[in-house]
Design a protein around this ligand. Sequence first.
Ligand code: OSB
Ligand code: MG
Length: 377
Amino acid sequence: MTAQPLRPALRIDHAELRLVRLPLVTPFTIATGTMHEKLFPLLTLRSDGLEGHAEGVMDPLPDYLEETTAGAMAFVSDVVLPGLIGRRIAHPRLLQQEFAGWRSNRMALAMVEMAFWDLWAKSLDLPLMTALGGQAEAVEVGVSLGIRAIPETLDQVALHLDQGYRRIKLKVRPGHDLSLLRAVRGAFPEAHLTVDANCCYTLADTALLAAMDDFALDYIEQPLAWDDIHDHATLQARLRTALCLDESIKTPAHARKALQSDACRVMNIKVGRSGGHAAALQIHDLCAALDVPVWCGGMLESGIGRAHNIHLSTLPNFRKPGDVSSASRYFHRDIIEQKLETAGGLMPVPLHGPGIGVTLDRDFLDSVTLERREGRA
Ligand code: OSB
Ligand code: MG
């Protein structure tokens, strides 16, 4: 007698790729520019009456990393999906092997892999967190505050600390760094503070970055170039404050090299930047093995990407507050039926059903969809 498989492989019957636009409540400024709206691809994979969803975290212009929304839409709809539709896939981890030959494009591939994880968890009637190996009722959350005038930033810090957020991340850039830190640290001596430079410094700024040691920051996020690890190791040796890498970590191999060279002592995991959940779990495990804490980064995701991020954040080495703050900070109305809102610095894990545990608000989604492409077996 042969054992029955737990469940048969899933056949991808249908894929729908949308381009969605949501206006932002307030413009969000970081060192590389200002976002006024969130434009993103949203993928739905269907199998046997079930649906899995994920969104892409690339921007319209290649100013965070090299991927673009238009490039990802074309790559996914013309190349990746035709290679999967009609195929039976036994486990989401197999997609990592399937995609191993593609260079870069980690955000586009993550969207496909993540939609399949959601579909697969639903086929097992499990929450995504359980399929990933995590467990929690809620996860600890911080906020990322975009660049604004210092008095406005002080008001924002006070507001978010009052709301219970567990960490305040300040976006910095040359000319808006030490003066900002003097003001914020002066006003909030006890706050859990970090800064994020989004790659805007070089080793020539070492003295300025070393001066940040005086402000009791938990870490400095991605001070140097997006495609660098080596210079971060040089910088880390010259600072007391821990470095945290974001843009530089696009694969588990990048994570390994960064850890081996002591280029950072904290890591930001963005599942949508790193090729998907399987890669995010590998990065998580590598960091855990070396006792390096991780936290969940965000890319102003809608409720779909936010739900993925929250489920992933239930893994045990997510030991610092993540950028999975309330969706209402960014959007007047979300594309899901549930509200992803924090209380007391905690974001509840959405469990309104299996998988990512949230459901699409289809009428509203249709009203913010700019383009729709379909593929069917
Ligand atoms: O570097 O973490 C970043 C937003 C857009 C691009 C890059 C980053 C960010 C954020 C936002 O910091 C975090 C969030 O989604 O709340
Ligand atoms: Mg960052």
